[in-house]
Design a protein around this ligand. Sequence first.
Ligand code: FHN
Length: 573
Amino acid sequence: MQMLSRLAFLAFLTVALSVNASAAPDETAAQRDARLKWWREARFGLFVHWGPVSLKGTEIGWSRGAQVPSDVYDELCRDFNPTNFSAETWARTAKDAGMKYLVLTSKHHDGFCLWDSKLTQYDIMNTPFRRDVVKELAAACRKHGIVFCTYHSICDWYQPDYPLGSPGGRSPKAEPNMDRYNLYLKNQLVELLQNYGRIGIMWFDGEWEKPWTHARGLDLYQWVRRFQPRTIINNRVGIGRGGMEGGTEAGAFGGDYDTPEQRVGKFQNDRPWESCITICQQWAWKPNDRMKSLQECLQTLIYCAGGDGNLLFNVGPMPDGAIEPRQVERLREMGAWLKTYGESIYKTRGGPFKPGKWGASTHRGSRIYLHVFRWPDGGLQLPDIGTKIRSIKALMGGQVECTQTPDGIVINVPPESRQEIDTLIELRLDGSAADIAPVAVGGRSLSADKQARASNVYQNQSGHNASRACDGDADTRWATDSGTKQAWLEIDLGKAETFSRVVIDEWAGGGKRVQSFKLEVKEGEEWRTLHHGSTLGSNWELKFIPTIGRHVRLTILDATDGPTINEFEVHRE
Ligand code: FHN
């Protein structure tokens, strides 16, 4: 760190630590819910990954010392002059997309700062551009009613005091000083929290490396909220994030919400969550990167809301400061859809029908919104909800039929009224939809919710018992103990049934563990083999001549590790 910035740093340190910042306010669950209310109702935000690396079109942070030599990467700022940057345009792009908040990478793992920091010269003010991007963007967001938020990386592969460096944190710094780096980190946060108005979310990242600890995370959470008590903080402030699934490990400090990454989070309505996903493939700008279709974008948003979570959708602006026109147009298309159908997303909660291949549902007051992506033959079959449906309406026009009995609900829409991306149906109930317990939407499988047993269950946990493979919920799974190589899973269909198709969805989190298996049906006291196979994978399917039987069994003959199956479905046809 240059002498000037070191003096500034020490001076600032004296000021910052003398700040009469009372301890972060303790809060009740109700107070915390009130603090998060605007964000949970917002459902949709813009993520922006940007910096001098856009001059190279490679990934921010990660390409430093990899595709781009660190010394070259660190000099890019000398040529960074994004004269087409317009905070007004970025804020309007978010607004036109129907987004309610914007999260900007104030500092990513590469250490470059997009604001006028007095603690380092590696910032936007020491580029030909010499404008405070954070200041301009915060003001433009406020003008357009978009809540301004910042992403801040805990790890810093540039700063000499942070112990690890590029590529990807895999090299040690010469003379690290983590305590001094921690003060630098905290005082840079003070700059952001004291000089740019309200920061809606402090979106931490880069917490996974060894130098970071539980204690430092807890301290950082308290530190941020001392300066802005209303600020929301994600679970990447601590060290308890469960990888890219983004959950918070039991007993770990999880900040205010969970952060699945590059995937839609599982249905979870007892702890807030937000999926962060790229509109293309790379976080920072990449020339000719593949962009998601409108269907993929909208269904991702709907699946997030249906799971009771938010979507933080990412763009990477170009080196001249503009967001790619094709990305702006895609976001505008999403905004047009939300302008008409946003009531089914904003201020809703997920469920009561859990997301699945069929689609997803959201609810608000006495209304349930069904977002149907796939129509089963004979219509969508939903479990009984114990509340009378007073009315039903296809919000995109057309006819809709609904039959409600104590056995459940069947909803159908004639093909000409079905929409390619999302057929939106509104149910109005006699009571509050929030009183209905979340329930999975079983397929038409004969095995849904039937009795099941298995030769082994992971640590005998009920959450992974045999029934989880036939509960119609792709988010639950039968699992076996680590190291298990042979196991069987047997389903009792309740009575002799005629079936001709089986779908087995192996958990993707462990790769294809099953290496050899057989499918059997019980006839009398004997098991007859229907099929002998090798690997399974996601939604493996077998069709065969109609077979009659009551007990069906998957026998795994060899596996690389404990087999685990999301769903074992037996279908009539
Ligand atoms: O390493 C970062 C990555 O560059 C990007 O910022 C994502 C966004 O959530 N977070 C980290 C990867 O988990």
